[in-house]
Design a protein around this ligand. Sequence first.
Ligand SMILES: Nc1ncnc2c1ncn2[C@@H]1O[C@H](COP(=O)(O)OP(=O)(O)O)[C@@H](O)[C@H]1O
Ligand SMILES: [Mg+2]
Length: 132
Amino acid sequence: MNAKSTFEEDVATTSSLLNKAPLSFPTPAPITEHGGAKVIAIFNQKGGVGKTTSTINLGASLAELGRRVLLVDFDPQGGLSLGLGVNAHQLPLEQTVYYALMTPTADIDQIVLKSSVAGLDFLPANRDLGTA
Ligand SMILES: Nc1ncnc2c1ncn2[C@@H]1O[C@H](COP(=O)(O)OP(=O)(O)O)[C@@H](O)[C@H]1O
Ligand SMILES: [Mg+2]
């Protein structure tokens, strides 16, 4: 069996697992200009339900479609940062979202990191956020 399935196969598998008719996901029109920023918050009090995974995948998908995306890690466990290849627990306080939040004079350009996906940047968090 081929481990890599197509998008259409994923939709068919999901619809059969859920016993629901397949949904149609039209490809959005190409972006011709950037408008104002939209904020999407993904939250759930329960741990381990897929918040971080969904955030990374949603962000990467939007970036692939041409959007400029800034993911903000707001979890002191730093899972989003780790998922993007950065162990934020090794970063100094001044290079984390905690500092961006608590220091009005913080230079955000010094804190935002680039991921390996073009157009997908992120603000890393580590355990220091727990004291905010
Ligand atoms: N759609 C999914 N199917 C199967 N496993 C998933 C899915 N989404 C996330 N996971 C797994 O579930 C675990 C928890 O996901 P995570 O995104 O870290 O949750 P949260 O951020 O809500 O704590 C991780 O091991 C992740 O790989
Ligand atoms: Mg998480």
